[in-house]
Write a protein that binds this ligand. Structure first.
Ligand code: 5AD
Length: 365
């Protein structure tokens, strides 16, 4: 079947999705991209939503075999921002009119950490409340697997979105890239708990993992749909030399380029299938290609997360090598982002939370 024929079907099967992912010729990929872009315009419009990204701590109890801030990496200098520093960064986001912030860190589940996150949420809400933001900035959390009770505390403190990547839905692959104590089922349970509590929920995967097949990625997309998630954040797998996977597999430029192209196709397919969700164009794309995040927008993404982490800490939040934007200041990232978004003919929705329409549409039904 041709790409056009697949795209004209009402429902796409696993095989259909895998075939779309296998499209290589520029003509076929352009047909896919165009369909995704049209679907985006029809369902969520052309505006880009911004979330100021605050990577507030790199302490982590997990030991993921791919991640540069895994607990066993003793070459990483560990840090945690003070609550005041987090609030200052959020105030900057309000000043830039981003509307929302994302608080991201390594996984920790101790009470001290939970109380700290709650203080940050409450502090940000209080410090950013204004005529323009009567309820303060929107807050997305990305602080890993927690109990339902903890999720409820975070929600009650004022956070309303949560990102928790599933990383891959293939159980064998999941267990190859994580130590035994990290379980795929636990992630799925956590995602269900987040939905139960009332969060707008986002998930995502790494693309081009060693051993990952196109069928796996097709299953991932179907998983996003079955879980009825509101947001997607995903990007290419990138090596980090201080990790078991970074050491084990050689990554050529050609492989990186392949992962990059595959990631763009994944964004397009998610847009076509999931329609009214928010999809982030992630930093990992820009690591492979200088205009990677702009490309993500062209393939149907509608969210970008400009860095507002205080500059001196950014170099210690290296999930993978060559992460961009580590020596810039927030104001530079701000103007750079405006330029990048304008360069692909899109405009920024300033001063709004930018909730995923999918969440609202779900509640209406
Ligand atoms: N390459 C790409 N993405 C990575 N992440 C962690 N390490 C890497 C890597 N080496 C992603 C994971 C995690 C998110 C915060 O960063 O998907 O969920």
């Amino acid at each position: 079947m041709s790409i056009e024929e697949i795209l004209s079907k009402d429902t796409l099967s696993r095989d259909d999705i895998a075939q779309l992912l296998s499209a290589e010729s520029p003509e076929e990929v352009e047909i896919l991209r165009r369909k995704a872009y049209e679907t985006m315009l029809e369902n969520v419009g052309d505006k880009v939503y911004l979330r100021g990204l605050i990577e507030f701590s790199n302490y982590c109890v997990n030991d993921c075999y791919y991640c540069g801030i895994r607990r066993s990496n003793s070459n990483t200098e560990r840090y945690i921002l003070s609550v005041e520093q987090v609030i200052e960064a959020a105030k900057l986001a309000a000043e830039f009119d981003y509307g929302s912030v994302v608080l991201q860190s390594g996984d920790r589940r101790d009470n001290q950490f939970i109380d700290y996150v709650i203080s940050c949420i409450k502090g940000i809400k209080e410090a950013t409340r204004s005529e323009k933001y009567p309820e303060g900035l929107g807050i997305t959390l990305c602080v890993g697997e927690q109990t339902e009770e903890t999720y409820r505390k975070f929600f009650e403190a004022g956070a309303h979105r949560y990102l928790l990547r599933i990383e891959t839905t293939n159980p064998d692959l999941f267990s190859k890239i994580h130590p035994q104590e990290q379980r795929l089922e636990a992630r799925i349970e956590a995602l269900n708990a987040l939905k139960q509590v009332g969060f707008q929920v986002g998930t995502g995967v790494m693309i081009g993992l060693p051993g990952q097949t196109l069928d796996d990625l097709a299953d991932d997309v179907l998983f996003f749909r079955n879980m009825d998630v509101d947001m997607i954040g995903m990007g290419p797998y990138l090596p980090h030399n201080d990790t078991p996977m970074g050491k084990q597999y050689e990554t050529t430029e050609e492989i990186k380029q392949w992962r990059f192209n595959l990631s763009l196709k994944m964004i397009a397919i998610c847009r076509i299938l999931l329609k009214d969700v928010n999809i982030a164009s992630t930093t990992a794309l820009q690591t492979i290609h200088p205009t990677g995040r702009e490309e993500g927008l062209r393939y149907g993404a509608n969210v970008i997360m400009p860095q507002i982490t205080p500059t001196e800490y950014r170099k210690n939040y290296m999930l993978y090598e060559d992460k961009p934007c580590v020596s810039e200041f927030a104001a530079e990232c701000h103007s750079c982002m405006q330029m990048r978004i304008a360069s692909v003919g899109r405009s920024i929705a300033y001063g709004v939370w930018g909730d995923p329409l999918h969440f609202r549409n779900k509640q209406r039904n």
